[in-house]
Design a protein around this ligand. Structure first.
Ligand SMILES: [Zn+2]
Length: 208
């Protein structure tokens, strides 16, 4: 259904297909997760102990047929010190908290239900595998929960006018998918969201 209100924002019509779900894109996101994990490892445990690998097994959905085997684990660490053994899980651009679907899919599919010509749910189910209940839950997440988080209240200012008047998560796509390098843009978008990918991350204040 066409609405004249959107006639001055042609970018809506071009951003939808821009999730490059090929093996190199997934490998690129994995390399960002490796960097995030290495930073966490170098910072060590709050007790001063070294961190050892203690990854979680995951079975992520929505990645299509080219998802590398590395996606079967969520990078994580455990303190080596007896009596501490604290778990340290770095932020991730692949996994959005405990959600089963890949973070990029949770953003993209919800955004595809928005805008002047929303994609129909059966088509999204065919493309990404998420059923209508799951897609409805994601919309509640973006409409009701995410905007209330300290993370978003602090971070939204960094996106300035790009998010003005556009609902989440479509506003994130409008803000980040701006170049002719969709993989790089998606990397930046998911890195922006990565603080909320860890337990308690909702409450993290953004410093820059
Ligand atoms: Zn420790």
């Amino acid at each position: 259904m066409y609405s004249g209100r959107f006639s001055r924002t042609p970018e809506y019509s071009t951003i939808y297909h821009d999730l490059p779900r090929d093996a190199s894109f997934w490998a690129f996101l994995f390399s960002i997760d490796q960097d995030l994990a290495e930073s966490a490892r170098q910072k060590k445990c709050p007790c001063g102990g070294c961190l050892h690998r203690a990854n979680y097994p995951r079975k992520p959905r929505g990645g299509g047929e080219h998802l590398p085997s590395e996606y079967g684990r969520r990078l994580s660490f455990c303190c080596e010190r007896e009596g501490c053994r604290k778990r340290v899980t770095p932020p991730s651009v692949r996994f959005l908290g405990r959600k089963v679907y890949l973070g990029a899919v949770v953003v993209l599919v919800a955004a595809m239900r928005q805008g002047p010509s929303p994609k129909r749910v059966p088509e999204l189910t065919r493309l990404f595998g998420a059923d209508r209940h799951t897609i409805a839950r994601w919309r509640v997440f973006w409409n009701e929960h995410f905007p209330q988080t300290p993370f978003w209240k602090a971070a939204r200012g960094r996106l300035a006018s790009a998010v003005e008047g556009v609902a989440l998560p479509l506003s994130l796509l409008v803000a980040f998918l701006r170049s002719d390098d969709p993989a790089g843009d998606w990397g930046r978008l998911l890195r922006f969201l990565s603080p909320i990918s860890i337990a308690g991350g909702w409450a993290i204040e953004v410093s820059r």
